[in-house]
Design a protein around this ligand. Structure first.
Ligand SMILES: [Zn+2]
Length: 375
């Protein structure tokens, strides 16, 4: 066997063994950032531990409530001489922990950080997905579409986990990562899609991919380099004929130059006098715009422009503009950044009898679908 091939196989084994060792990978989700206080309760018995102390520092049952505050901490989390700055809440038996009345699987960690509290839910990957899916796709959609979403979300989470090694958490619970609602946010049908694809992920060169997805592409997905920069062979533009039924396939918005000026103010732009498209990608999305104010012309990326004005207002960067008497008319297609899988496209493909694997291979070209070991 050639040396290079042997080396390659050794690396591949190492990476896959990494998965095998953590056959039930845990995901650490930041469910509250910068909280001043947090209410801990549970559906049954639970214990609270402080690192370095063998005995629980508190116990509780379904009638117990503990308030943890960043300042005067209910469980004396105010210094290393007490319990340090970390408390771990562990359920006993079949109980689930509640944080501010929202119920979670797995364990809860409360960390004091810069006089505020960071609350992390440590949960099995598959159980994490249970709490994500309903927020990211309608469970009522065809099962193959929901299964495609499950594999994408699983890959996305593992990719983030690998990218955040050494940090206190892997993902946030909001739209910046994947929206996660804990046990309170589950649906039996999306749980079924997760169970049926258990352990399956998209990989590229043996690693889980950054499986980005968006609501509607509007006809063609986008190369990642045109949105956030950087090239990834599995996030290339592909044609999509399947999202035409999406309510977001086309959109319109009218904004005054004053509204646009206000939104761009923090980018050092004053009163906007005109807007021009400077560069479009091959798919027609705006890569750069020129915004002119009294001081001159400013180049701003299409993505920055969309985020500054509001991603729910300027639904995509695939738009045309018309300026008339101080008002700008936007006519666009699609909703979202356009990178990776088009969710309404998955629905359209599933309705045309494509399997979830065919759907994933369409949107993430060059990626492989693999099952993690010990599943
Ligand atoms: Zn599409």
């Amino acid at each position: 066997m050639k040396k290079t091939l042997l080396l390659f196989l050794m690396i591949a084994c190492f990476i896959l063994t990494g998965f095998r060792d953590s056959s039930d990978p845990k995901i650490r989700v930041a469910i509250l950032l910068d909280a001043s206080s947090v209410k801990i309760s549970a559906t049954g018995r639970f214990k609270i531990f402080a690192p370095g102390k063998l005995e629980a520092v508190a116990t509780g049952d379904e009638s117990s409530i503990y308030m943890i505050q960043s300042g005067l901490f209910g469980l004396k989390m105010d210094g290393p001489e007490e319990y340090g700055n970390i408390l771990e809440v562990k359920p006993l038996g079949d109980s689930f922990i509640r944080v501010n009345n929202r119920t979670y699987r797995g364990e809860i960690e409360v960390r004091k950080r810069n006089d505020t509290l960071l609350v992390i839910n440590e949960v099995d990957l598959e159980e994490y997905l249970y709490g994500v899916m309903k927020h990211e796709i309608s469970p009522a959609w065809p099962l193959e579409a929901v299964k495609a979403q499950a594999v994408a979300a699983r890959s996305f989470a593992l990719n983030k986990k690998l990218g955040n090694v050494g940090k206190p958490y892997d993902l946030c619970a909001t739209i910046t990562s994947q929206v996660y609602g804990g046990l309170s946010g589950e649906d039996p049908r999306s749980n079924e899609a997760i169970d049926e694809t258990r352990g399956e992920i998209l990989t590229y060169e043996e690693r889980p991919i950054a499986a980005y997805y968006h609501a509607t592409c509007g006809g063609e997905t986008e190369d990642v380099e045109n949105v956030w920069g950087g090239r990834l062979p599995y996030l290339k533009s592909v044609r999509c004929r399947y999202c035409k039924d999406s309510p977001h396939y086309e959109w319109e918005e009218k904004l005054s130059l004053l509204e646009i000026s206000n939104a761009l103010g923090h980018k050092g732009i004053s009163e906007v006098e005109s807007i021009e498209i400077y560069e479009r990608s091959d798919t027609g999305r705006i890569v750069k715009l020129v915004v002119e104010d009294e001081f001159g012309k400013h180049i701003i990326s299409g993505n920055q422009f969309r985020m500054a004005l509001g991603p729910n207002l300027i639904r995509s960067t695939l738009f045309k503009i018309k300026e008339k008497r101080g008002r700008v008319e936007f006519k666009g297609k699609g909703w979202g950044h356009g990178v990776g899988m088009c969710q309404w496209g998955t629905k359209g493909m599933a309705e045309r009898d494509f399997s979830y694997k065919e759907i994933l291979k369409h949107y993430y070209s060059n990626a492989e679908i693999r099952k993690m070991d010990n599943r």
